[in-house]
Write a protein that binds this ligand. Structure first.
Ligand code: IPE
Ligand code: IPE
Ligand code: MG
Length: 246
């Protein structure tokens, strides 16, 4: 395994890794359907995929990873699927305290807590607290996350500060707005990966992906392996990033 991994990523430039990887983990349902399984089986397989990818990203020295686990729009799904996803995420948070401990992963949940159950909110706080002092990769789990909701929420906070006289409208700049995002003090996403062949953002990190390199992978999320992550990083490293310059 180790030998394979070593050979597999040998041409990756370790001095030019993306600092922040965003992943839209899509295609669980279709993966299951293809196998004649219920959609829930796809989500379960997707959670296993997630563990492996976070471990690999951490081993490689990636500093931040944000994974889209549940969008503000995913409430539209049948209640049974929503419940299944919430239970899976709950298990992930509980297990992450133990299983990701050796790997030093710091876990944070980003998104709106208002619609989440009290139990989920308590578990998020517990997991965040227990992993906060670790030194490895920061993993943002986007849970009830929507890029528009995040921006509306940030706008409200800025308005409140203006109303309270702590800030004038002219003092609002990109930095001030960024400070009110769920990802305050984190670098922008530089590599965005979406699996399952869809080529859209689906309301993911609208602000943070402004200059991200986007890589769309045909494979469904449960089939996405560490070697696919390496391939995405290789593609990232072969892109010419200009940020508006020449
Ligand atoms: C991604 O897989 C997981 C979530 C959105 C929670 P999907 O459930 O969207 O799978 P497809 O896109 O229907 O195949
Ligand atoms: C985006 O996938 C949300 C997550 C991966 C959690 P969706 O499957 O919900 O997106 P659409 O509906 O195809 O745009
Ligand atoms: Mg989908």
């Amino acid at each position: 395994m180790f030998l394979f991994r070593k050979r597999d990523n040998k041409d990756i430039d370790m001095s030019n890794l993306p600092q922040h990887i965003g992943i839209i983990m899509d295609g669980n349902g279709r993966w299951a359907k293809k196998r004649g399984l219920p959609r829930s089986a796809g989500h379960k397989a997707g959670a296993e995929s997630l563990k492996k990818i976070v471990t690999e990203a951490n081993n490689m020295g990636i500093e931040y990873i944000t994974v889209y686990a549940f969008s503000t729009e995913n409430w539209k799904r049948p209640k049974a699927e929503v419940d299944y996803l919430m239970n899976l995420l709950m298990d992930y948070l509980i297990n992450a305290e133990k299983t990701l401990a050796g790997e030093n992963v710091r876990i944070r949940a980003i998104g709106s807590r208002a619609e989440l159950s009290e139990e989920m909110c308590r578990q998020i706080e517990k997991t965040e607290k227990l992993t906060a002092d670790r030194s490895g990769i920061v993993m943002n789990i986007a849970l009830n996350y929507g890029g528009r909701e995040e921006l509306v929420n940030a706008t409200k906070k800025l308005c409140r500060n203006v109303a309270e006289g702590k800030l004038t409208p002219d003092e609002i700049d990109e930095e001030k707005l960024e400070q009110e995002l769920y990802t305050a003090n984190q670098p922008d996403v530089d590599l965005l990966i979406r699996t399952s062949g869809e080529q859209r953002l689906s309301n993911f990190m609208l602000w943070q992906v402004s200059y991200a390199e986007m890589v769309f992978v045909k494979k469904a999320w449960p089939d996405f392996k560490p070697k696919d992550l390496h391939e995405c990083i290789r593609i990232f490293q072969n892109r010419g990033r200009r940020f508006g310059g020449i």
